[in-house]
Design a protein. Sequence first.
Length: 263
Amino acid sequence: MFQAKGSPIWGTQEKNVVSLMEKLPKEKLIVFNLTKEDLSAPGDATLLNTQFSLDQFSEGVDCVVNALQSENDKTSCLFVANSPEEAVSGMITAFCVKSVQTIVKMKSMVEDGITEKDWTEKLIRRSFEEGQAEDKVDHYDIIDSLVKKLSSGELGKILADKAVDLCEEKINFRNSIKTLKEEFDKSESFDKKMKTLEILERYFYAVCIGSYVRGCGEDGFKMKFSEWVKENSCVSEMIDHGIRFWKDMTFFSLASSPRSAAA
């Protein structure tokens, strides 16, 4: 079992959830079953079946948002999946949803006169809106292009990168892309190419989730992620023509902008 650092969000490939209960907080638990198999879960846990396969990704996001939007920040999430990649996609989604809930709560405390506005805005900015130094992060053309096309793209990417880094115990989507591409360049393995493109698409979706949450979360998620994707037609177009396009090619390019040597 692996955790999003500092958050009540876990992932696992262990199907016997009951055996993991001793390691989890004694708070309400929502178990997201991504396996398409029957799970054994404790009776007091909420069990939801969904998936984060790339072909049905929006379904998973909608399920997580719907499950968490009425929950408090202490509710624990456990994503049970057949692969770490699927679990991490779910974990990133949960972290982004919980983050915007925290932002809403902090702003309401200002309205209620509990905290000062300037102090709260600085805390929100420092916690959720300050990205890493540009020379510390690998950049990819398709991601940079996506950020420019989305109305909350910049804030969304910052939140997504925070989520990706906090969920990196098993895999860091952003950092793994370059490593996998280098392995493909050496071996020209079809499997390596497919894995690189999968992780790139999952990172792409992470930025979409961050942007969706920052754009729609503070209003109570009146629009579903699946609806948001349709409204932002560039998302599916960029996936089809900027990522999956390379699957049938004998080579591919990420047109990445590497971190500095000092990173």
